[in-house]
Design a protein around this ligand. Structure first.
Ligand SMILES: [Ca+2]
Length: 344
């Protein structure tokens, strides 16, 4: 209900809200609407029931979006000490808790917060750090977290500038991790006693599961190939030995790859039988049909600038976060924005 209220009043107050800059984007652009403005380097969006919650990387704030696009601070994550690409990154909601991945003084950590209060007055309550000491740096912090259909929490960790660590099973850098909601190692993880679920990653920042349970992850390449991978327990995705599709034995190749200038995928989700990838440098939403994941189409190219995250709302609409105020983009006066695309 909140979402529909938000749409109604947002459109009424801002008749030009949905107008995008001219571009060659695909169908559906005209029905997209800007539902919030003026965010500061937003990184991740998650829904608490019907309520959209957004993390801001540099301010370390969690923002609640209300009717008409009003923003309200739910709380600020303490001790965030990120520089460069670090800061408050991914968030995920489970039951009454908000999980957050952020850069602290001693590396990246995952914390769980009670969400107190009610929509319109949510606030961050008691916190507990469930994992800490994940490698961090100015670059390649990973940072996406999401709950899988198995009830476990998955997290993407970048190589933090130490390329070889991605192949070192004794390091948590350059990995996708799998943990219980309390941060413990599940008994059925591929490497006994380790949070490591897959390895050989450079800087993965997107996680999504298909209905059949297949896990997909997006990953930033160095300068040749960005990747979309199907993640399997215990598999090696190659970095830094190989980048992109190599055909080398011992490494699992991506199902699709793109030049970073056309891509740089961060958040991903799945809707309507397709993967959707939010691209930073490529400034577009890419759509990959699950039935043929080696192909893709593109939407909104250069319409909104850099895109950081995409998520499916409870009503089936797609929500996008722009990312033009993080120092790498050219912000429009109302950046950063949240964009809603109705389900078709
Ligand atoms: Ca790879």
């Amino acid at each position: 209900m909140l979402v529909s209220m938000l749409m109604g009043s947002g459109c009424a107050a801002n008749p030009q809200a949905g107008a995008a800059r001219p571009s060659s984007s695909g169908p559906g652009k005209s029905s997209a609407t800007v539902v919030a403005r003026g965010l500061d380097a937003p990184w991740s969006i998650a829904f608490f029931g019907q309520v959209p919650l957004i993390s801001e990387r540099d301010s370390a704030r969690i923002i609640e979006l209300g009717a008409g696009g009003a923003t309200r601070v739910v709380g600020t994550v303490d001790g965030v000490a990120g520089a460069g690409e670090g800061g408050l990154l991914g968030i995920a909601v489970r039951q009454g808790w908000l999980y957050a991945y952020s850069t602290g003084e001693d590396g990246n950590r995952i914390q769980r917060f009670d969400l107190d209060g009610k929509p319109g007055g949510l606030r961050l309550g008691a916190s507990r750090t469930i994992v800490e000491g994940l490698p961090s740096a100015s670059y390649h912090n990973g940072g996406r977290i999401a709950f899988g259909p198995d009830g476990m929490l998955y997290a993407t960790v970048g190589d933090a500038g130490d390329r070889d660590s991605a192949q070192d099973l004794g390091s948590l850098a350059g990995k996708i991790l799998r943990m219980t909601p309390e941060g413990r190692v599940p008994g059925d993880n591929p490497f006994p006693g380790s949070l490591v679920y897959s390895y050989g990653h450079r800087n993965p920042q997107g996680l999504a599961w298909a209905e059949d349970g297949t896990l997909y992850a997006s990953e930033f390449g160095q300068d040749t190939w960005d990747e979309l991978n199907v993640i399997r327990a215990g598999a090696n995705y190659g970095w830094p030995r190989v980048e992109g599709i190599s055909g080398r034995s011992g490494f699992t190749d991506p199902v699709q790859q793109w030049s970073p200038e056309d891509a740089s995928p961060s958040g991903i989700t799945i809707a309507g039988g397709a993967l959707l990838l939010a691209n930073l440098r490529g400034e577009r939403l890419r759509q990959v049909p699950l039935a043929d994941p080696s192909t893709s189409t593109e939407r909104f190219t250069e319409a909104y600038g850099r895109l950081r995250d995409v998520e499916v709302a409870p009503d089936g609409s797609l929500w996008l976060l722009t990312n033009n105020t993080d120092g790498r983009g050219e912000p429009a006066p109302d950046d950063d924005r949240v964009i809603r695309i109705p389900s078709t």
